[in-house]
Design a protein around this ligand. Structure first.
Ligand SMILES: Nc1ncnc2c1ncn2[C@@H]1O[C@H](COP(=O)(O)OP(=O)(O)OP(=O)(O)O)[C@@H](O)[C@H]1O
Ligand SMILES: [Mg+2]
Length: 159
């Protein structure tokens, strides 16, 4: 499923629409956010975390690797693996301890094993002045959520 995101507000709307399409229980869900530098991964994560009730800033986890948010519905872990060299480094990240949360992972290609646990992959790309997102279900429940998103309709939607 491809969605055109002409501006930052469109990216934020997609994040809110996706949240609406996800089930009530978000614990254990992993969403992969890929795309080159500046493609809009953090913008999307920020909007999702705010939509879940976080009111403060959402700093980039590029240096801290993980930024946790203890929110009413779920504990969110915003992860950025840009600086991670491979799977073994995830041990230091304490990845297993994040199991109970809702994970948003930037630069997931740094640790390919992660994709096995993920339900939805979103690839962001530059598109003129704006961006474009390609969403793919990686599991049955991920595909079901994207089906709900598609049926709910998104004003930016291409197909
Ligand atoms: N849909 C959009 N249209 C236009 N500009 C956008 C869009 N989404 C994000 N941007 C802008 O792109 C810039 C980079 O966004 P962001 O930090 O989210 O990218 P990123 O993919 O997380 O980058 P990095 O790989 O460095 O972490 C920001 O200035 C943001 O405002
Ligand atoms: Mg980022």
């Amino acid at each position: 499923m491809t969605v055109e995101l002409p501006d930052e507000a469109a990216t934020a709307r997609l994040a809110v629409s996706l949240l609406d399409a996800l089930p009530g229980e978000l614990a254990g869900w992993t969403i992969l956010l890929s795309g080159e530098l500046g493609a809009g991964k953090s913008t999307f994560a920020r909007a999702l975390i705010s939509a879940l009730g976080h009111s403060g800033t959402v700093p980039s986890p590029t240096y801290t690797l993980v930024e946790p948010y203890d929110l009413p519905r779920v504990c969110v872990y915003h992860v950025d693996l840009y600086r991670v060299a491979g799977e073994e480094e995830l041990r230091y990240l304490g990845w297993n301890e994040l199991d109970s949360g809702f994970r948003l992972v930037e630069w997931p290609d740094r640790a390919p094993g992660l994709a096995q646990a993920a339900v939805i992959a979103i690839v962001f790309a530059y598109s003129g002045e704006g961006r474009r997102a390609e969403l793919e279900g990686l599991s049955e429940r991920g595909a079901a959520a994207l089906g709900r998103l598609r049926r709910a309709g998104n004003s930016n939607q291409e197909n």
